[in-house]
Ligand binder design. Sequence first.
Ligand SMILES: C[S@@+](CC[C@H](N)C(=O)[O-])C[C@H]1O[C@@H](n2cnc3c(N)ncnc32)[C@H](O)[C@@H]1O
Length: 170
Amino acid sequence: METKILPWALDGVALGSRVLEIGPGPGITTDLICSRVDQLTCVEIDAALAKSLSRRLDGRNVTVLNEDATAMSFPDASFDAAVSFTMLHHVPSAELQDRLLAEVARVLRPGATFAGTDSLYSRIFGLLHLFDTMVVVDPKSFPDRLQAAGFANVQVDVGARAFRFRATKA
Ligand SMILES: C[S@@+](CC[C@H](N)C(=O)[O-])C[C@H]1O[C@@H](n2cnc3c(N)ncnc32)[C@H](O)[C@@H]1O
């Protein structure tokens, strides 16, 4: 994550000061991003993960909320950027994924960036998710879905095992 995925995902992306991270999980990505921004807010749907991350980063510039990113509590235009890494395929339907994208657009200020990565399907990836949610995002249709959610300047690049995306709130 530190040497390959994150540098690729955020290459050329200016995050700004108030940043939202969707689905931090145990916080591997959170640890790497919080030093680059003034205030990082994380939204994690798993209560146990949210609690342990919140405890671990107590006193740092990170706020962790146990919320569902398809229905967030923030006012409109609260953030300068949003990021999500390897989490979209954990959202259990394309409809809910689209709702999440629209929610991210709502809480970003106009012109703010949404950037991140998600995994491509492979047999190994499928096996790893045998007893877990896996609704893989097709990078070919993802630009249209981001635009429908309220984003412009969409860029999606496909790598060996993952794709990266960046877009700006229209
Ligand atoms: C595979 S983990 C990725 C963790 C981290 N971003 C990384 O790359 O190491 C995906 C995380 O997204 C969270 N998640 C799934 N659906 C979510 C939702 N609707 N709202 C917020 N978090 C969600 C899961 O609970 C999980 O912690």
